[in-house]
Design a binder for this molecule. Structure first.
Ligand SMILES: Cc1ncc(COP(=O)(O)O)c(C=O)c1O
Length: 386
């Protein structure tokens, strides 16, 4: 079969390869500690489940408006006011089939073949592949590595000045970042806007911040910034497949046309659960955030005791990006061995880019403290054998 040329550059998500190998080990009777996938281990919050069952029983199982129900768009708008103090017209909110669909829609609406999307390296790998689908290419912006005096892997205006952004058509900022957990300062958004570079802000981990960090949205900087957010991470709703875009008014019509053609509508039943998530789940969210915070502290100390230094001081998301070069200069090789020999699964840094990533492994703290302790104990026994 003749495949499109783009498939030569369309990479697989290595974390899924690791997960598949881990599942094969489990099927062969081994116990694996999973720190590879970025999926919350928490159950769906009860009010979300109840609202979805209700919706199902009422027969809310049909297509909705392509941009989502007005009830959910209004609930998202109210949430912006309540959490961030920002007024957002519900007409500017487009509900999407996970934030994954949001990126495809936005790139379809904003990028021509040959256009350039800028993103940090390391960064979430799907952005580049989504851009490839519309014939756009990716410009990698490289924040400093951990060996210098600056905060490692942190996107700053200094980093923007150092990189050549000529001809960049769109800049995607992800804060907190996957895989580093770093937050991006407001100055970065302002720098880009002053140079008329359109910005998308991926805020899917925005409610999962720790220490003294508070939830922030780039919408409080400017309505010209396109914001993407979703329910998967903060509300443990990955399978519900719901996200949203807040777009400038002139972009809503084009996004609607793309949604009509690509998806028809976001999942209907899940949209009723999403309203409950925003309006009845503050306590659930806080419980999950506080559990992640404790896990983060424990895993960070545990990894560093083993000589796996964490890059910087990650303040959000649920990942630690740790340097394994003391044991192996090839993080993919390290991860394969760690899985086969210690039965601990984590994701090699090379899944996220090329900027020093061969030395790093992403550990997700999406398992409870008991399992994280078990993972650390296995590493404590295994690392000295290398
Ligand atoms: C930074 C980032 N953005 C977007 C997504 C997509 O999530 P979803 O499609 O479940 O909303 C992920 C998933 O891991 C992510 O890490």
């Amino acid at each position: 079969m003749k495949l499109a040329n783009r498939m030569q550059s369309f990479t697989s998500f290595i974390v899924m390869d690791i997960l598949e190998r881990a599942i094969a080990l489990e099927e062969a009777g081994h116990n694996v500690v999973h720190m590879e996938v970025g999926e919350p281990d928490f159950e769906l919050p009860a009010p979300v489940g109840a609202a979805m069952v209700d919706a199902l029983m009422r027969g809310e199982t049909h297509y909705t408006h392509s941009l989502g129900t007005m009830a959910l768009r209004e609930a998202i708008s109210r949430n912006y006011l309540r959490i961030y103090g920002v007024e957002v017209d519900p007409q500017r909110i487009c509900v999407t089939t996970g934030t994954s669909a949001a990126f495809v829609m936005l790139f379809g609406a904003l990028l021509n073949p040959g256009d350039r999307l800028a993103m940090t390296d390391p960064g979430y790998p799907c952005y580049a592949n989504d851009a490839l689908l519309v014939g756009a290419s990716t410009v990698r912006v490289n924040p400093p590595l951990p060996d210098g005096s600056r905060t490692p892997y942190c996107l700053t205006t200094e980093v923007l000045e150092e990189n050549d952004l000529t001809g960049v058509d769109l800049f995607l900022v992800s804060s907190p970042s996957n895989p580093t957990g770093m937050l991006t300062d407001e100055a970065v958004y302002r720098w880009l806007l002053e140079r008329d570079i359109p910005v998308i802000s991926d805020e899917i981990y925005g409610r999962l911040v720790y220490e003294d960090a508070t939830p922030r949205t780039a919408l409080s900087i400017s309505d010209d910034i396109i914001v993407v957010d979703g329910f998967s991470k903060a509300f443990a709703m990955t399978g519900c497949r719901l996200g949203w875009i807040v777009a400038p008014p002139e972009l809503v019509g084009p996004l609607n046309r793309i949604a009509q053609n690509l998806y028809l509508s976001p999942p209907s039943v899940a949209q009723w659960g999403a309203i409950a998530a925003l309006e009845q789940c503050d306590d659930h969210l806080e419980e999950m955030r506080s559990a992640y915070s404790k896990r983060r502290e424990r895993l960070m100390v545990g990894l560093e005791e083993l000589g796996l230094k964490v890059a910087g001081r990650p303040r959000g998301a649920f990942y630690l990006f740790a340097d394994v070069s003391r044991y192996d200069s090839d993080s993919l090789h390290f991860c394969r061995r760690m899985l086969d020999e210690a039965h601990v699964a984590a994701t090699p840094g090379v899944d996220f880019g090329k900027n020093g990533t061969q030395s790093f492994v992403r550990f997700a703290y999406t398992r409870d403290l008991g399992q994280l302790e078990e993972g650390l104990a296995r590493l404590r026994r295994w690392l000295p054998t290398l």
